[in-house]
Design a protein around this ligand. Structure first.
Ligand SMILES: Cc1ncc(COP(=O)(O)O)c(C=O)c1O
Length: 308
């Protein structure tokens, strides 16, 4: 009698690879418990770095921010920084992706049954690499995006510290409904004093008479925001974190948003009104070009290790 062959199919890593529960698995097989406090309480922090043409961009900045966030939430990573970094490299390298969105999360995990003390929870770590994610299509970036100012205020920074990258996104998520209903693809939220903060996944900049400003509080200190400040410094262009009013945004010569998921992206319409002449301005275009040019520069990026 012929033996029936029960070959295990080769795992498909091409759509991404996750490291979860201590194992590297295809992204489709990555699962965490529905009881994890990261899921039921948003009790977690995360960070996202990207790989472009086989190089991590500003990985140290992301790891520094992730470690700071983990410490601020009184979480603990299961291993040291060197292992964390090697795990991210391995996810990318196993996936074979050249351009990737690489996310790392530390959740509270869960304590023993019946225990509610977060100090007794066993924290959980997972990370993954998937194909690069764009917050705006290339076409939107070429013509500029339309931004809406939300009527929903941002969760107060005193309640949820926005410098800790977090999943408390309901204010931003409901604002997105408002934006799409107003034919906009980006939204920005005000704080309770009416000043501009940030949007779902990005920081915002406004240009006035050659000077860029970006909100100085109530925001995640974005790595791309810092990159734009650094690029401006190189270009001898004035740029600074400052209070940003709605009027600062409305009367801007140019507006741009910054995110790991897309870099520097022009905004050419605000609440239905054109910014400048309604096309991406020269200062934004220059920053966008320089941002992408830096991805090949060893001072700003490093190669994905394929030997791990
Ligand atoms: C709320 C928020 N603000 C700003 C940003 C931009 O940060 P970065 O430039 O580090 O991606 C993000 C990124 O996801 C974010 O979630």
């Amino acid at each position: 009698m012929a033996a029936t062959s029960q070959e295990t199919p080769t795992p498909d890593y091409s759509q991404g690879v996750a490291f979860v529960n201590g194992e590297f698995v295809p992204i489709a097989d990555a699962k965490i418990s529905v009881l994890d406090w990261g899921v039921v309480r948003s009790d977690c922090t995360y960070d996202v770095v990207h790989v472009w043409k086989n190089r991590f961009f500003r990985l140290d900045h992301h790891l520094d921010r992730f470690q700071r966030s983990v410490a601020k939430l009184r979480l603990q990573l299961p291993f040291d920084r060197e292992t964390l970094e090697a795990t991210l490299h391995k996810c990318v390298s196993m996936s074979g992706l050249e351009d990737a969105y690489v996310s790392m999360t530390c959740t509270r995990g869960r304590p023993a049954k019946g225990v509610r003390d977060p100090r007794l929870a066993k924290n959980n770590f997972y990370c993954f690499a998937v194909p690069f994610v764009w917050l705006a299509t290339m076409e939107q970036q070429d013509v500029g995006a339309h931004m809406h100012i939300s009527s929903i205020p941002r969760i107060p920074a005193e309640s949820v510290d926005p410098t800790i990258k977090n999943y408390h996104w309901i204010d931003m998520e409901m604002s997105l409904f408002e934006a799409y209903e107003n034919d906009a693809n980006f939204v920005v939220l005000k704080d309770r004093d009416g000043n501009i903060t940030e949007g779902p996944g990005y920081n915002v900049f406004a240009l006035h008479n050659g000077k860029w400003i970006t909100p100085d509080h109530g925001v995640l200190e974005g790595v791309t925001r810092q990159t734009v400040l650094d690029l401006c410094n190189e270009l001898n262009v004035t740029a600074a974190p400052e209070k940003m009013t709605v009027e600062d945004l409305r009367s801007a010569d140019e507006i741009l948003v910054t995110s790991t998921a897309g870099g520097v992206m022009p905004v050419t319409k605000l609440n239905g009104r054109k910014i400048g002449d309604g096309t991406p301005g020269p200062a934004t275009t220059r920053l966008r070009q320089l941002y992408w040019a830096k991805h090949a520069d060893p001072a700003w990026s490093k190669p994905v290790r394929r030997d791990i």
